[in-house]
Write a protein that binds this ligand. Structure first.
Ligand SMILES: [Zn+2]
Length: 92
């Protein structure tokens, strides 16, 4: 029967589609602040990243978040993401 279609989003690192729930959400709020959104529910424009150091490296090198948000993104956002993906890699 009809499978529930999973929402998919583009990872800003590898730029391929993945199920939304497997991705980290980064959000640019209406006032222009860019932050990681662990709940996935913050208002604003979202960008998505696979929780993998590899994708984060690509995103950083290509300025994937700036590309997605069409504006400058402070390096602190990438640093915060790095902490998260490193924990993911530990398998915790
Ligand atoms: Zn990716």
């Amino acid at each position: 029967m009809a499978e529930a279609r999973q929402p998919e989003r583009l990872c800003v690192g590898c730029r391929t589609l993945h199920p939304k729930r497997e991705l980290l959400r980064i959000v640019k709020s209406p006032d222009g602040m860019v932050a990681i959104d662990p709940t996935g529910k913050s208002p604003g424009r979202g960008a998505y990243l696979c929780p993998s150091p590899e994708c984060l490296r690509k995103a950083r090198r290509q300025n994937g978040l700036s590309w997605s948000f069409k504006g400058r993104v402070v390096p602190a956002v990438y640093d915060a993401l790095e902490e998260i993906v490193q924990h993911e890699e530990d398998g915790t």
